[in-house]
Design a protein. Structure first.
Length: 560
């Protein structure tokens, strides 16, 4: 059997490790120890201030000395690390191959044993069934027939139980073999990391991730997590193939891709906003009305000349005399403030009175809808000043490609910035960690010291900020009115669900919401490009949504 401790047992590697430890002891390791001592002293509230300052000063002196030692030994350490890692790689190349071959042989044996066990069990059950039939031959009473049926049923049950046990044993053995193979790779990487004093290379990290993925890969799990995406990819491939055949031209072109991204840009803000609410097992039905509210305000302020819209019999207004920068800032701030206020209204009732967001946001939707239509009588605010509209809604000319002029949509830039900001909040801030905690289990989060009320309010307010930005940019795409944004909430929610943000709460990533928006926008674009009736497009969307939610429910049940 291959030696699993070959790296630790190798005398040469032991020499390298001992030499590196000695060289680092009074250098880099000393620096790390002193930094930890300083951090501990700063956290110690019981220590006298003078004693703390003295300890920190002394530790910093030691760090200065250790740095000179580390600099002196740096070249020697680097040379030893290189030789040690080379030795580790040399040993690993030999032993990992032996371990993998050994475990593959065992797995083949397990498979053969399992097949033989299944055959034997089925043969035994067939024999038992034949014996039962023989023992009841000639017996025709109702009681005899019932006894025979019961005996055959028991025999079949015993077979299923035995097959289940055999399958479980086989799976356990195979899992053990896969773990041994994966551990061989992991031991190699961990040894190299130790030799480099805790650092690894990009290739080593990727190699270890790949081996971990292979060790945990299951076809059923893969299809459960990616089946919907595979089906969508197949659908897009079919669209790409069919489009030129029916005379609509090539679908997969650079200009079309840019158009899809442009259409996704404003929708991205709505998905990023509602994603946080879905993460805490909520939703938001007021997105479309907030879009209308912010877009109308933006359109009123940025309209060239006198606007025809009267709001509650006030107006009309003419903001064209103001500087462009002031008008833009005013429109953006008002859109954000109004959306945050309405989102906070919903969030308060959800956080304070535990009202489900479905109800609180539905109420907000109706309130905004009523105010907008009553206040404006449904009159469109008209177009934005063309010169201002080009600032965000225009395109940059890139050049020509295949005789076709290529232009880059400006709206893609703010959408990319929004994605980066949302990713940072979700993954690199304490608030992001609290979001996951509250979404996973609000009661446990509260017990651990998290203020669930303010986290929930913060999520709603953050959503309002994203809606405000999105509604501001939406006005640059079309003439705004009280009906703008109709149904946007459904697309945003569906995009998040398709992107893997679970309605169960506490599960999901920003990347999923981004992917979901692009998928849904691409789906609509492809269907429109192929000439599919807009009403039938709802059928495709509905099927995707129900499939995504069904898969999410199955995964949730499996986790339970």
């Amino acid at each position: 059997m291959a030696n699993m401790n070959y790296l630790e047992a190798d005398a040469k590697l032991q020499e390298y490790s001992a030499a590196l430890l000695e060289l680092r002891k009074d250098g880099v390791n000393k620096i790390a120890d002193m930094k930890q001592e300083i951090a501990a002293a700063k956290r110690n509230k019981l220590m006298d201030a003078a004693a703390r300052d003295a300890l920190i000063a002394e530790s910093r002196k030691k760090i200065t000395t250790a740095r000179s030692v580390a600099e002196k030994n740096r070249a020697h350490i680097a040379e030893l690390e290189k030789d040690a890692v080379a030795r580790s790689n040399e040993l690993a190349a030999i032993h990992i191959k032996e371990i993998v071959a050994e475990q593959n042989t065992l797995m083949a044996t397990y498979k053969a044993d399992y097949a033989a066990a299944v055959s034997a069990l089925k043969a035994d059950e067939k024999k038992r069934t034949a014996e039962i039939n023989a023992s009841y031959a000639g017996k025709t009473t109702a009681a005899d027939r019932a006894h025979k049926k019961e005996a055959i049923r028991n025999s079949a049950f015993e077979l299923r139980s035995a097959l289940f046990d055999a399958k479980s044993k086989f799976n356990t053995n195979v899992e053990r073999a896969k773990t041994v193979k994966n551990q061989a790779y992991a031991d190699h990487i961990l040894k190299n990391r130790a030799l480099r004093n805790g650092t690894t290379t990009f290739s080593e990290n990727m190699s270890l991730r790949w081996q971990n993925y292979l060790a945990q890969f299951r076809v059923s799990k893969f299809l459960l997590e990616n089946g919907l995406y595979i089906a969508i990819v197949v659908f897009f491939v079919v669209c790409v193939i069919v489009s030129p055949l029916i005379g609509n031209g090539a679908l997969l072109t650079f200009p079309n891709i840019l158009t899809i991204l442009e259409q996704s840009s404003t929708r991205m803000f709505y998905a990023l906003g509602v994603a946080g609410l879905i993460l805490i097992a909520g939703t938001d039905l007021s997105i479309g009305r907030m879009v209308a509210m912010g877009s109308v305000v933006t359109g009123l302020i940025l309209h060239p000349g006198m606007n025809i819209v009267m709001f509650f019999n006030l107006g009309p207004w003419d903001f064209s005399a103001l500087p462009t920068a002031v008008r833009l800032l005013m429109a953006l701030i008002l859109s954000i403030v109004l959306c945050v206020l309405m989102a906070s209204f919903s969030g308060f009732f959800t956080a304070k009175f535990k009202i489900h967001p479905f109800i609180s946001t539905l109420s907000t939707q109706l309130i905004i809808y009523g105010f907008m239509f009553f206040g404006t009588s449904g009159t469109p605010v008209g177009s934005i000043d063309p010169n201002i509209k080009d600032l965000f809604g225009g395109r940059w000319t890139i050049g020509e490609l295949g005789g076709e002029l290529i232009t880059f949509p400006k709206l893609i830039i703010p959408a990319v910035i929004a994605v980066i900001v949302a990713w940072f909040i979700w993954n690199k801030t304490r608030f992001g960690k609290y979001m996951y905690a509250v979404g996973g289990n609000a009661e446990a989060a509260s017990v651990s010291g998290i203020n669930v009320f303010w986290v929930t309010m913060g999520i709603f307010m953050m959503a309002g900020v994203f809606y405000g930005f999105g509604s501001f940019f939406e006005a640059f795409r079309a003439n705004a009115s009280a009906g703008t944004g109709q149904g946007f909430e459904l697309d945003a929610i569906a995009a998040c669900v398709v992107g893997g943000i679970s309605f169960s709460g506490g599960i999901g990533k920003i990347g999923g919401a981004v992917l979901g928006v692009i998928i849904f926008t691409s789906l609509t674009y492809c269907l429109t490009y192929l000439g599919i009736d807009s009403n039938l497009q709802f059928v495709f969307k509905g099927l995707i949504i129900i499939a995504a939610v069904a898969l999410d429910s199955i995964k949730y049940l499996k986790r339970k």
